[in-house]
Design a protein around this ligand. Structure first.
Ligand code: FAD
Ligand code: NAD
Length: 409
């Protein structure tokens, strides 16, 4: 009998956990599975802010994909997806190569939403991928180096747009990175400015009052200027223009104003809603029996018609179910409906503090920071078992400032 061909697009949380689930469930010769990803490494997206600030090593935040997959069970193909022919069931890659499928899983992740604000796309830095955050790290180092020559204070002004999860996590890493950078470049830390700019009237909108109070106090104690009720209207690369008429001179603006589904989804010919692919309860794309989608690329509506948030927690749970459903579909068995179990949310503020809620328990401070590390460790356990966890834990944690010019934006 002809083996079914399963093709998975994207090697993020969704793609990798689905692959691992398929490895466990598929019988020998039951299907041919190919995982396609832009690079041969998987980046830990929940740690990208650390790559951006240079507070974690590249080895910690990236994992070689082929070494995570069992040999002979899943084929890995490095390639950038550019198009899809749904009628002929073929995926097109940038290289000109084509890959045909019987069953397809789209898990191509997120893109940063810049809402068409002038100058953001061109001049602001984005927390979107390993490469985009590496560019932030290199840019920061270059600013320190150039400051020694021209003493332009806007080089040492680091602004972060958005006081949501990503913005606050980025701010926390930035203030922890400054002392080391100042020491290496022999610049007093008082010369540096970190500014967080948030459109709404609070940091961490949607968080409990205690969490917001803790985060605001802790961030300000670490010399961060917090501007709430301040909407960015434009960035020129040198000046940030706010809706209250204020202008801030800064050669660095990290944009963390929100996310949407990967823009490539719009060109694939599958139904899109709010920038994401609308899926049914079994994670199938609406109107298709052989195309699945999950994670940040997908729009899954809960019973109350509100969408699940774009989080790794959701992507991992969906991937575990989707692996099972892909096996069921090729065996002609009944598919399972996805049920989300929210375990909690913790936002880090640097390495030493965090805020959030786990189950019904509200957590702040160093205990929350420890919990955050446990959550990250759990992902490695799910992905590669104790061996992967130990391997990653023994890799060196901190990176020294070192600019790689080839990676600059
Ligand atoms: P992704 O992880 O984005 O993976 C998509 C993959 O597709 C990538 O490997 C990418 O290289 C690949 N790809 C993209 N385009 C193409 C293409 N055209 N061709 C081939 N390959 C392609 N969530 C939490 O639950 N907890 C957290 O603590 C948390 N912290 C976060 C911190 C930060 C700084 C950020 C930015 C996000 C955080 N999130 C967190 C959200 C979480 O990272 C995402 O929800 C998660 O990454 C989604 O997983 P995914 O597999 O859908 O997509
Ligand atoms: P977000 O949408 O949660 O926050 C964006 C923030 O930017 C908002 O507070 C918004 O008011 C602000 N903003 C938007 N436009 C602005 C402007 N012009 N000027 C100033 N401020 C502006 O986006 P995010 O923080 O990137 O998070 C995206 C998703 O990733 C969320 O679903 C979140 O759950 C997930 N995430 C989770 C964690 C975690 O669990 N620790 C960490 C990071 C991201």
């Amino acid at each position: 009998m002809k083996k079914s061909k399963i093709v998975i697009l994207g090697g993020g949380y969704g793609g990798l956990i689905t692959s691992r689930t398929l490895e466990k469930l598929l019988k020998q010769d039951e299907a041919e599975v190919t995982l396609i990803n832009k690079h041969d490494y998987h980046y830990i997206a929940t740690q990208l802010h650390k790559t951006g600030a240079g507070t974690a090593t590249d080895e910690r935040n990236t994992l070689n994909i082929p070494s995570l997959l069992s040999k002979g069970k899943i084929d890995f193909k490095r390639g950038t997806v550019t198009d899809l022919n749904i009628n002929q069931q073929v995926v097109m890659l940038e290289s000109g190569e084509t890959v045909d499928y019987d069953y397809l899983l789209i898990t191509l992740g997120f893109d940063v939403d810049t809402f068409g604000i002038p100058g953001i796309e061109e001049f602001a830095f984005k927390i979107r991928s390993f490469r985009s955050t590496k560019a932030i790290q290199n840019h920061i180092i270059k600013q320190f180096s150039s400051y020694q020559e021209d003493k332009d204070p806007s080089r040492l002004t680091f602004a972060v747009a958005g006081g949501g999860f990503t913005g606050v996590e980025m701010i926390g890493e930035l203030f922890e990175a400054m002392p080391n950078l100042c020491r290496v470049y022999n610049i007093p830390v008082e010369k540096t400015r970190i500014i967080n700019i948030e459109a709404s009237n609070t940091l961490l909108p949607g968080f409990a009052e205690e969490a917001i109070a803790f985060a605001s106090k802790y961030i300000k104690k670490n010399r961060v200027e917090v501007l709430t009720s301040s909407k960015i209207l434009e960035y020129t690369g040198d000046i940030i223009k706010l809706d209250n008429g204020k202008e801030i001179e800064a050669k660095t603006l990290v944009w963390s104003g929100g996310v949407r589904g990967n823009k490539i989804l719009e060109t694939l010919g599958v139904p899109i809603q709010k920038g994401r692919v609308r899926v049914d309860r079994e994670l199938k794309v609406h109107g298709f029996t052989n195309i699945f989608c999950l994670g940040d690329a997908s729009l899954f509506l809960k019973e109350d018609n509100t969408p699940l948030p774009p989080t790794a927690q959701v992507a991992i749970q969906q991937a575990q179910l989707c692996g099972k459903n892909l096996v069921s579909v090729i065996r002609g068995e009944k598919l399972h409906a996805f049920e989300y179990h929210h375990k909690g949310t913790v936002a880090s503020i640097g390495n030493r503090a965090a805020v959030g809620k786990v189950g019904d328990i509200k957590v702040t401070g160093s205990f929350a920071a420890l919990l955050k590390q446990v959550i990250e460790a759990r992902y490695l356990l799910v992905l590669g078992g104790p061996r992967l966890l130990l391997k990653q834990l023994f890799k060196s944690k901190k990176t020294q400032p070192k600019v790689s010019l080839s990676n600059l934006k």
